[in-house]
Design a protein around this ligand. Structure first.
Ligand code: AVJ
Ligand code: FE
Length: 445
C-alpha cells in the first residue's frame, strides 16, 4: 500500500473504511438484539459496545481531531472509553441500544466520507499519508477481530459460516520440518509505512544469531502428541509461572477442546468437530506454547527472530512489507480477512512463503513469541499513549503474523499484537525454534 497520488490515497481510505464497516455489519447483523447486548464472556464486551466504541473513536479522531468538529454526543464519550470501564463492567453501563448504536455509527460514517471527499492528506501529522484514516480503519478491523472472538465464545447454534480453506499443496507433507535463518543484522520495524502504528516504529537494526524455525505453525496432530505424552502433567516442561497457572485452572488441552471417547473434539463458531490434524493449533496460552516447545526440545522464537524470518531478504539485505514482498495480501498468499473461519492446513500458501522458506507467517494463527511487549529504541507514543505505551512491560507477550480473522489492512509483517500469557480465547498458535549454533557451555555445564 503506497498510493502515489492523492486520488489513489482517497480511494484506499474509502475502500478501507467501507471494508471494515461491511465486516462490522456482518458480525453485528447476524444475531438479535438480546445477543448484541448480552455479555458472552467476562473477557469480552457486549457486541453493541464494540459497535458504538468503533464509531466513537472514529468521531474522536476523524471528525473532531482531523475535521475540527464539535462532539456529537459528548455525554456518551466516557461510556466508550476503554480505560474508564473494564470489559466485565460494560454490560451494566447505560449503553446505546442496538438501533441507536447503529444510527450513531451511520451518522459518523456519513460525515467522515464527506470529509474524505475533500481531504488533502497533508499539512498535519494526522493527515500525512492519511494516517488517521488508516488508523481508524485498522481500529475497526481490530474490533471486528475482537467481535469474532466474542462469536467464538458465544454459546448456541452457528450464525457465521464461510467456505473451508483450500486443500494444502502437494508438497505440504514433504516440507522440511524447519528452515535455517542465518545469523546477521536485519531491519526490524518501519519508519516509512504510512499506516504503521506507533509500536512498529522506528526501523532499527537488530543483530540476530543464526537459528532454525519451524517451517509451519505447530499442528493439532503434533500438539495432540504432546497431550498424549502427558505434557500437561509434567512440570518439567513448564515454566514455574506456567505450571502454577496450569495447576490452578486445571489446563488439560487447548480452550474449546474436550475429550470424546479416546480422542478430542472442539467447538468452532458453534460447530463441534474433530480438530483437523494438519491444521495449526489454536487457542493455546503462551504458557502452553512454551511447555510444548520445551517438550519438543526447542523454544519459542524471540520477536526479532520471528520478524527476521518473516521479512529479511538475504539477497538484498532489506526487509519486506510482507513475507513474499510488497504486493498486498491476496487469497493465494495468506489466510487473512475472515474469508475462512479457521486456519488453513500447515504447508498452505507456497506463494506466501518468506525468503527463509517458512510458510504461513502472515495469516492463519497469531504466533506467540518469547518476547515481552517493549518499545523499540527511539519509540514515541503517537497519536495516543493508550494504544501501546501504557501496555509496555513484562506482563504482556508479543504475538506476530495475524490470524484468519485479521484484515489485510492490519496484516503487514511489522504489526505487533500482545496479550497476557494466560490468554487463550484469542486466535493464537505458535511455532518453535532452536539455536543454529549450540550455545557455548559454561563451567560445569
Ligand atoms: C492490539 C489487539 C491488543 O484490542 O486491546 C483496540 C487493539 N486498541 N482498541 C486491543 C485495540 C484499541 C488492542 N490489541
Ligand atoms: Fe478500541
Amino acid at each position: 500500500m503506497t498510493p502515489t497520488s492523492t486520488e489513489a490515497l482517497r480511494d484506499l481510505v474509502a475502500s478501507s473504511l467501507v471494508a471494515a464497516r461491511e465486516r462490522t455489519q456482518l458480525l453485528t447483523g447476524c444475531v438479535d438484539d438480546t445477543d448484541l447486548t448480552r455479555q458472552h464472556s467476562p473477557l469480552m464486551s457486549p457486541l453493541v459496545w464494540d459497535l458504538a466504541h468503533v464509531a466513537n473513536q472514529e468521531e474522536l479522531w476523524l471528525l473532531r481531531s482531523v475535521g475540527g468538529r464539535e462532539p456529537m454526543h459528548p455525554e456518551i464519550d466516557p461510556l466508550y472509553d476503554a480505560f474508564e470501564h473494564p470489559r466485565a463492567e460494560r454490560p451494566t453501563l447505560p449503553l446505546l441500544p442496538p438501533a441507536e448504536a447503529r444510527a450513531y455509527a451511520h451518522e459518523v460514517r456519513g460525515r467522515v466520507l464527506d470529509l474524505v471527499e475533500r481531504a488533502t492528506f497533508s499539512g498535519t501529522r494526522l493527515l500525512t499519508g492519511a494516517f488517521a484514516f488508516g488508523m481508524i480503519a485498522q481500529h475497526e478491523q481490530q474490533h471486528d477481530e475482537t467481535m469474532l472472538i466474542t462469536h467464538q465464545l458465544r454459546k448456541g447454534a452457528p450464525v457465521l459460516s464461510a467456505p473451508p480453506p483450500p486443500p494444502p499443496p502437494a508438497d505440504a507433507l514433504s516440507l522440511p520440518r524447519e528452515v535455517l535463518v542465518p545469523g546477521g543484522p536485519f531491519t526490524m520495524g518501519t519508519s516509512t509505512h504510512p499506516w504503521a502504528l506507533d509500536n512498529e516504529r522506528p526501523a532499527h537494526t537488530v543483530a540476530v544469531p543464526g537459528f532454525y524455525l519451524d517451517t509451519t505453525p505447530v499442528t493439532n496432530a503434533a500438539y495432540t502428541e504432546f497431550i498424549a505424552d502427558g505434557g500437561y502433567d509434567n512440570p518439567r516442561w513448564w515454566s514455574p509461572a506456567g505450571w502454577d497457572h496450569r495447576q490452578r485452572v486445571g489446563l488439560v488441552a487447548p480452550l474449546f477442546w474436550r475429550r470424546d471417547g479416546g480422542g478430542w473434539v472442539r467447538t468452532r463458531f458453534g460447530l463441534t468437530e474433530q480438530p483437523p490434524p494438519a491444521e495449526p493449533v489454536l487457542h493455546v496460552s503462551w504458557y502452553e506454547a512454551q511447555a510444548y516447545a520445551a517438550w519438543a526440545g526447542r523454544r519459542l522464537p524471540t520477536e526479532a527472530e520471528w520478524e527476521k524470518a518473516a521479512r529479511h531478504d538475504p539477497a538484498t539485505g532489506r526487509s519486506r512489507s510482507f513475507p513474499w514482498g510488497e504486493e498486498d495480501p491476496g487469497p493465494d498468499r495468506a489466510n487473512l480477512g475472515q474469508r475462512h473461519l479457521q486456519p488453513a492446513p500447515a504447508g498452505s500458501y507456497p506463494l506466501g512463503a518468506a525468503p527463509s522458506g517458512a510458510r504461513q507467517l502472515a495469516g492463519d494463527v497469531w504466533e506467540w513469541t518469547s518476547s515481552d511487549f517493549l518499545p523499540y529504541p527511539g519509540f514515541t507514543a503517537w497519536p495516543y499513549r493508550e494504544y501501546s505505551e501504557v501496555f509496555f512491560g513484562s506482563e504482556y507477550k508479543v504475538l506476530r503474523g495475524g490470524a484468519f480473522g485479521v484484515a489485510p489492512v492490519v496484516g503487514r509483517t511489522t504489526f505487533r499484537n500482545w496479550d497476557y500469557p494466560i490468554r487463550r480465547q484469542i486466535f493464537a498458535g505458535f511455532r518453535t525454534a532452536r539455536d543454529a549454533e549450540p550455545a557455548v557451555s559454561g563451567p560445569g555445564a
